[in-house]
Design a protein around this ligand. Structure first.
Ligand code: CP
Length: 329
């Protein structure tokens, strides 16, 4: 593992992450990627610790990869899903968290459809004076730090498999296309990419891309540009991240039709001709095939990093659990 001093107790947001912290996560994840390539993919690092996955909102990738990451580190895991829990009988979120605390949980991984729930639980743990760390696994439209870190790792590993590091992103152009308004992934990725020196070009219809997103690039090495048309965002882009249209979060009629949206903002192989020749496409998942990305492009290994993102998720989440958990033993 990299010889480093990690002081962050909770991982709730990337807004104030430093480049040293990004590099530490990248180097630690690279070490675990090597562990995961061995025949025996398990290390005893978090033996005796308890990691509770408290998912108050559905998830496939994040929940499974946090669980696998904890098991690869030899931690004991507890899995919670609100639909089959005592919340159906009226138990509150904080009482649920305290119940897991009483069972000896060391790290709580929290997903909730409301922004701020992981922060509220972290504050309560700090108020109680217990050494429990909270990892935000996606809260409402706020942030999804572990997703953005695995996206960063996927890109940096592609650029230099032996030494993924922040400086590789300097002056890269990254287009993020789609439902920016509702996307916690976009918010976390804007923080990480601009901190690492990449310029982020956001593209969406005006109803899904409010002007306030321009503020995200203030006083950061990389800048943020807003486009209400796709072409200027794709022009000479090194990477294109397309986002799911979050129909469950759309309370107003924000789009004329899905077919028109696909024509204007859906990513296809032919539209990628505007980008750099070696452009790669990312999507955090889950995907609406044929809406934000063509089915053909999604499955095209020449361009698509979507499966690589999922694979990276385990090593990156091992790194995060290790970094906040290894001081507890
Ligand atoms: N990317 C992501 O958060 O996917 P899940 O909702 O499946 O966890």
């Amino acid at each position: 593992m990299p010889n480093t001093t990690w002081t962050r107790h909770h991982i709730l947001s990337l807004a104030d992450f430093t480049t040293v912290e990004y590099d530490t996560v990248l180097q630690t994840a690279a070490s675990f990627q090597e562990v995961l390539s061995r025949r025996t993919k398990k290390v005893p690092t978090l033996q005796g610790q308890v990691v509770a996955n408290l998912f108050f909102e559905p998830s496939t990738r994040t929940r499974s990869s946090f669980e696998l990451a904890a098991k690869r580190l030899s931690a004991d895991t507890l899995n919670f899903a609100s639909g089959t829990s005592s919340m159906t009988k009226g138990e509150t979120i904080l009482d649920t968290a305290k119940t897991y605390l009483a069972m000896g949980t060391d790290i709580m991984v929290i997903r909730h459809r409301e922004a701020g729930v992981p922060n509220a639980i972290a504050q309560e743990m700090d108020r109680l004076g217990v050494h429990v760390s909270v990892l935000n696994a996606g809260d409402g439209q706020h942030e999804h730090p572990s997703q953005a870190l695995l996206d960063l790792f996927t890109i940096c590993t592609l650029l230099d498999p032996d030494n993924p590091r922040v400086e590789l992103l300097k002056d890269k152009k990254i287009a993020i296309v789609g439902d920016i308004l509702h996307s916690r992934v976009a918010r976390s990725n804007i923080w990480s990419f601009t901190a690492c020196g990449a310029d982020v070009h956001l593209a969406a219809p005006p109803t899904l891309l409010p002007k306030l997103f321009a503020d995200y690039g203030e006083d950061r090495p990389g800048k943020v540009f807003l486009h209400w048309e796709l072409e200027p965002a794709l022009q000479d882009a090194d990477f294109v991240m397309t986002l799911r249209l979050q129909k469950e979060r759309m309370t107003a009629h924000l789009l004329p039709s899905l077919r028109e949206y696909h024509q204007m903002f859906g990513i296809t192989r032919s539209k990628l001709q505007l980008c750099k020749p070696n452009v790669k496409v990312l999507h955090p998942g889950p995907v609406n095939r044929g809406v934000e990305i063509s089915s053909e492009l999604m499955d095209d290994p020449e361009f698509s990093l979507i499966q690589a993102q999922v694979t990276s998720g385990v090593a990156v989440r091992m790194a995060l659990l290790y970094l906040i958990g290894s001081g507890k033993s």
